[in-house]
Design a protein around this ligand. Structure first.
Ligand SMILES: Cc1cc2nc3c(=O)[nH]c(=O)nc-3n(C[C@H](O)[C@H](O)[C@H](O)COP(=O)(O)O)c2cc1C
Length: 223
């Protein structure tokens, strides 16, 4: 008998607490300057017209090396990324795009498939050593799928911000057939597509005016 309530079927494992440390003295934290905030948020836009300028592989690698540091539950890191650059890859992708997304996607220098590995838990021994978390997910497919989608989506968001941080523009898209894409790109694997992100150097002159955002009072509340 235990006095602890059983964990609900979709609860994630709680990793062991780290050992207590001495309280950090209060010091002024550095914050991003205005130019950095503009680059990542205020001036960044979703582009659909692209300069005729290639994206170096090293830039994509730098982007990945930033985004991989974003947090995921139990450090599970389920996202997988496929960078489509060739005309052969784009021709395959074209078949599954919504008609309204075809032209802009075909013209992007790089299109990233943001996917996740449904068997992400096979890497937990490396990603979260010492806690034996694999079975928690491997024995509970509903929890594993929810965890892969939630954290893979977060990592796709980190990718958009990391792209901006390394000087790229990013255009996320969900207007395509995930089932067909998975058959074309991920047959025989446990990878599943989530959304696409076109990457390159945007043509600012082609941008429509920015749509408004919700104010703090509309979108937030205190409890
Ligand atoms: C998950 C996601 C899916 C999207 N899907 C599409 C799409 O299929 N086609 C499209 O033209 N734009 C798509 N967008 C782009 C959004 O409409 C755009 O990012 C939003 O209006 C903000 O534009 P802004 O960054 O220029 O302010 C998508 C954006 C996100 C985040």
């Amino acid at each position: 008998m235990t006095d602890q309530a059983p964990a609900p079927a979709t609860a994630e494992p709680v990793p062991p607490a780290p050992p207590p440390v001495a309280a950090t003295p209060v010091v002024e934290r550095p914050v991003l300057d205005g130019a950095g905030m503009d680059l990542l948020f205020r001036e960044a836009r979703t582009h659909y017209a692209w300069q005729d300028r290639p994206v170096p592989e090293a830039t994509l690698e730098a982007m990945y090396n930033l985004l991989r540091m974003g947090p995921t539950s139990a450090n599970c890191s389920p996202a997988r990324f496929v960078f489509i650059r060739t005309s052969e890859g784009k021709a395959r992708l074209k078949q599954v795009l919504s008609p309204g997304n075809v032209e802009k996607t075909m013209k992007a220098p790089v299109v990233c498939i943001v996917a996740h590995d449904q068997a992400f838990y096979d890497k937990l021994g490396f990603l979260f050593p010492g806690a034996e978390l694999r079975g928690w997910y491997a024995d509970n497919p509903a929890l594993a799928d929810a965890t892969a989608l939630r954290n893979g989506t977060l990592q796709g968001g980190y990718l958009i911000m990391a792209a901006r941080a390394v000087g790229l523009d990013a255009a996320p898209m969900s207007g395509f057939d995930n089932y067909q894409l998975d058959n074309l790109f991920f047959a025989g694997t446990r990878w599943k597509s989530n959304f696409l992100v076109a990457l390159g150097y945007g043509e600012a002159a082609a941008l429509p005016p920015r749509n408004p955002r919700l104010s703090f009072d509309e979108a937030c509340r205190f409890e």
